[in-house]
Design a protein around this ligand. Structure first.
Ligand code: HEC
Length: 116
């Protein structure tokens, strides 16, 4: 019972009026309900980057936070734009990719998804 209800009950009781708002009893969930298990099937993440020089960097660095499709479904970019995109992942989102791999990965992404 909330403290203001207790206070009102006391006031009503002292005036000889029964409190009309007794709170409903909260039913505790049964042990069976608390211990139930659920089974979920997560989608397969078998989609990796297409083979090619630099694919291992993409597979190991770019699927930490999202799918390969998040990258391969984007519109094609130029080398410099891919570099900027990779660096955005590193600086804005905290991708742990070493700086010295940026050029190799940008070259790979330009090969698989590049624009002249
Ligand atoms: C630390 C987490 C993280 C890592 C690692 C990461 N990304 Fe991302 N990436 C994100 C987030 C967050 C988004 C934005 C998702 C959204 O908008 O829903 C994103 C989105 C993208 C997009 C979509 C366009 C955009 O800018 O939003 C591209 C392309 C992309 N990432 C490329 C890459 C590449 C290439 C790598 C490998 C170096 C990489 N990401 C690694 C977090 C990460």
């Amino acid at each position: 019972m909330k403290s203001q209800n207790v206070l009102i009950s006391i006031l009503l009781a002292s005036a000889g009026i029964p409190a009309a708002f007794a709170e409903p009893a909260v039913k505790a969930p049964s042990a069976a309900a608390l211990n139930r298990t659920v089974s979920v099937t997560l989608p397969d993440s078998e989609h990796v980057f297409p083979p090619g020089a630099g694919a291992e960097i993409a597979n190991s660095q770019c699927m930490i936070c999202h799918s390969a499709g998040m990258v391969t479904r984007q519109p094609p970019l130029r080398f410099g734009e891919w570099k900027a995109e990779i660096n955005k992942m590193r600086t804005a989102y905290g991708a742990p990719m070493p700086a010295e791999q940026v050029d190799e990965l940008a070259t790979y992404l330009t090969v698989i998804k590049g624009k002249q």
